[in-house]
Every structure is written in C-alpha cells, then in structure tokens.
Design a protein around this ligand. Structure first.
Ligand SMILES: [Zn+2]
Ligand SMILES: [Zn+2]
Length: 503
C-alpha cells in the first residue's frame, strides 16, 4: 500500500468498526483523576530505581484479564502499527453511548462545577493517510486548517518485553500498575501506581493516572521548596490546584491523549517520592480548595519574585484586563515608588532591603546584578551592532515591556520574556543599565550602551500573580495562606465544592 499518496477511505466505515475513544480524566468515587503525561516515544523502559525486583500488572481496557510481569519492562510500538488518519471535521455532536464515531472529551465550567463533556466527532468522507496530501487538499478546497484533525487509531498493538526476554502483546489503551518506584526511560524521577499506555500519532504515550490531590503535592514540592513554612506551602497548594483546573479548562492537550504535560508548559510534576510531611499536610489541609472570581476559576498564575510589586497580566501578556491580576504591592516600602518611571525604578532597585530568614535563592531572586557585552546583545537580537537602546515602557512592577534597539537595523521587543532573552536570560525585565540616560517628554528613556553593560535588577520571573518570595516572607511573619493569596489575587473566593460527575 502506498501511504504517500492521497488515499480516500470511508471514515464512517472505519470509525464504525473501531468506536475509538481518547478518554482521559475521570471522576472516580467523587475524586477527580487526571492523566499526566510522563513520557512518549517508540520504546519506553520501566526501570526500578532501587535493586528491588518490581512486579507489574497489565490490564487491557477492552479485556478484563490481568496479567503479571516480573522485573524491568520495555513497552514498544509493534512495527507497522499506529497508522493514523487525517480527517476533515464536519461537526461535533453530544456523545451518546448508542452512537458510533470518535469520542473526544473536554472540560467545561458549568454552574460553578468542573464537568467532563463528551462529544462525538463527525468527519467528512474524504480522509488521508499522509498529512501533506491532507494539507494540499484543504488548501485547494479552501477548508480552514482548524478542521483538519489527526485521528489516532487507539486500538494499536504494543509489546511488553520483560528483562528475561518474555514478550506480551497487548491492545491499547492499557493500564500498567506497580507499587515499586520505577523510572521511565532513564529519567531520574521515580513514579508508582497506575500508568496508562496509549498510541497517539503512531507514538507511545505513557501517562500517570492519579487523583488531583496527589498531583498537587507533586507540583508544589518543586515550586516553593521543601522547607517552606506551612502557610506558604498551603498558598502554593491552592495556586497550583487552581492553575491545574484552569489548564484543564483551556483543553490544550485535548487531542494529545492526556490532560496535562509534566513540563513548564503546564506545571512541572515530579511524582510523590520527593514529598515530605509538611507538603502532604499543606495539600490535605487545603483539600479541593481553588480560587474563583465572580464564580469563575481564576488564572492563578505565579512567579518566583515580583521585586517589590506584582504586575498586571495585561502589561505582561496583553489581552483583556483581569480585575484580580492588576498588580499588588508585595513589599510595603515599594509602595512609595512609581516603578513605571525610570528614576524611581532605579532608586528602588538601589535601595537596600533585607528580611530575616531568607534563603540564598530568595535573596538572589530579590536583588541581582548581571552584565552583557554590546556585541552579545546585538548578536542575540540578530543585529550587526547596537548603538542606542530606548526603553518605551515599564509596567506597574517596573518590568520593561517595550524596548527598541537601534544600530545596524531596528528591533522592537514588546515582551518581557523576549527582553530577558535579548540580555542573555536575565532573571526578570525589571532592571536598569548603569550609567547615563536621557529622557524625552513622552517618558522614553534612551541609553547609549558601552561595550560592556552592567545591569542591576530586582525580581525573578514574569511577576504576575502570587509572588513566591513574598509568600514565604509573609508566612514567616505569621500571615495565613488565605490572607496571602487575597493580597496577590484581590476579590477572589475560596471554593471547594466544584467537583461534579457529569454522568
Ligand atoms: Zn502542557
Ligand atoms: Zn513579591
């Protein structure tokens, strides 16, 4: 069969045979369980992290037979497998068990509850086995690209090879369970419990299937440090949980075979083996709590250190203003400065502040220095040389959000992240370049850079929402987590009765 040419098959026939489903999150006994992606690839090895001999139980979704495998295992896609089709979406109808088709799930916020919606995707009769052919077809027929979808054939065969060479063939999706801590494909992190194996786009996808509360524990230990005071851990638990729910509502991984990825794209998740008692206590004492604003889940974004004041989401990412993300005074002394003005931003950065009990990363996030050569700056911007820099705007937190670089050409950056990258990856864009500057009537600040530029700055990260350094400081002063969170997200409510089983 030639797969590189346009192949027309009747998707109706195909789907009526398969009745495929890309099921991910679920409510189990009233708890929300998530699929968090841990690895993907052609072959994935489950290796015990200690010398113990693990035992795995393997269950296929379509076959209620449990099989046991002893020792290290490698899961692989069986060759010739994993063909997926490219279909053109006709419509999405509500799912009913009687119907056949491609079931897709997504999250929605309805009547102050998180519901899992199921829909049946109906495709046009024409489909393709090669993405290029599909793309030319929709271009020629003026069909919007958003209608083109990859339809994974979920029922793929995978092999499970044990350490002694025994092979087991299974149909996906399948569940692998082990109580022994195992690492996946050489990662140094250990996981145990339930793993879901799927084939998406011809590739294996391995997900951790776990309750939301366990996931929150595995996120916060990475975020705010194991030795943080309890109220700071609780604030981080509520932010991470809220952030997870809002990520689910964005449905960014709807077509990927999982709910959340384990990297910074969603939230970094490192499993349960780095947890301590304080983290478990913080998670259980805030169980199910999330933050809402006027009945809707908030964007509980957070960053390492604001540097004095947090910024508004609109200054940093554009978009519509969010009343609970307008910027707050984190360090009271910073309230005496208008950090959007160059002179006052410099004065605040140069003022001395110190708090007792701060760890070295907190101090380094709060106040920092850096340097970069004029040559490196130009090269980072793709310019031959730079001889004039214009700061056109600083946000409420003092972060530079609009900057021009003039030299062999002109580069205009309007993102704090890109500005940080241009200067070699500074901790934040709240900094100034030491030396002379001039200012015009519109407040534009011009700097003529020396061959080496010395930067002085405050803060680390985008500075929108909860400030982790500020949270730690307030928790040490005895503030409770709800008071802390209300400072960073004014006007919010704490709710815990948002779980809803849609079926
Ligand atoms: Zn993600
Ligand atoms: Zn702060």
């Amino acid at each position: 069969m030639r797969y590189d040419i346009l192949v027309k098959v009747s998707l109706y026939l195909l789907l009526s045979l398969l009745c495929v489903s890309a099921q991910a999150a679920d409510y189990v006994n009233g708890e929300l369980f998530l699929e968090v992606n841990l690895a993907s690839g052609d072959h994935i090895r489950f290796k015990p992290v200690s010398s113990s001999n693990p035992s795995f139980t393997v269950t296929e979704e379509s076959l209620p037979v449990v099989r046991d495998v002893l020792g290290e295992i490698t899961v692989g896609v069986v060759s010739g497998n994993g063909i997926s089709y490219w279909g053109i979406l006709k419509s999405a109808e509500p799912w009913s068990e009687q119907e056949e088709g491609y079931k897709r799930e997504y999250f929605a916020w309805q009547d102050s509850c998180l519901v899992i919606k199921r829909e049946n995707l109906i495709f046009e009769d024409t489909s393709f086995t090669a993405p290029d052919a599909a793309k030319s077809y929709i271009k020629a027929n003026r069909i919007p690209e958003s209608k083109l979808m990859n339809i994974p054939l979920i029922n793929s065969t995978v092999s499970i090879i044990s350490a002694n060479g025994d092979q087991l063939y299974c149909e996906t999706p399948l569940k692998i369970h082990t109580d022994t801590p195992v690492s996946l494909s050489g990662s140094d992190l250990a996981y145990s419990g339930d793993f879901i194996v799927k084939c998406v786009n011809g590739q294996l996808v391995i997900n951790h299937f776990l309750p939301l509360e366990e996931y929150v524990g595995g996120v916060i230990q990475n975020e705010i440090g194991n030795n943080a005071p309890l109220e700071a851990l609780k604030a981080q638990a509520v932010s991470a949980r809220t952030h997870a729910i809002s990520l689910l509502l964005y449905n960014r991984h709807k077509d990927d075979g999982y709910d959340l990825c384990n990297s910074t794209h969603c939230q970094v998740y490192k499993g349960k083996y780095l947890l301590n008692d304080a983290i478990l206590q913080a998670v259980s004492e805030t169980k199910d709590q999330i933050m809402t604003y006027q009945g809707k889940v908030i964007d509980a974004t957070y960053s390492s250190c604001c540097g004095g004041k947090t910024d508004s989401s609109q200054n940093i990412w554009n978009g519509l203003p969010k009343p609970y993300l307008m910027g707050s005074v984190c360090i009271p002394e910073a309230g005496n400065y208008d950090l959007s003005l160059e002179k006052q931003a410099r004065e605040w950065i140069d003022s001395s502040i110190g708090f007792s009990g701060m760890s070295s990363w907190e101090q380094k996030s709060l106040s920092w220095r850096a340097s970069i050569s004029r040559y490196s700056l130009a090269s980072n911007l793709g310019l031959g040389y730079v001889n004039r820099i214009v700061i056109a705007k600083r946000g409420y937190s003092g972060r530079i959000t609009d900057m021009y670089f003039l030299g062999s050409g002109t580069v205009h950056l309007t993102s704090e992240y890109k500005i940080r990258q241009a200067f070699g990856g500074t901790k934040s864009s709240f900094f100034y370049i030491t030396g002379e500057y001039s200012q015009d009537g519109n407040g534009n600040v011009t700097v003529y850079p020396h061959n080496t530029m010395f930067l002085r700055g405050r803060g680390s990260g985008h500075g929108v929402g909860m400030c982790q350094v500020g949270t730690l400081r307030r928790a040490r002063m005895g503030e409770d987590y709800q008071k802390i969170l209300t400072l960073y997200y004014p006007g919010i409510d704490f709710v815990s009765n948002w779980k809803h089983d849609a079926r």
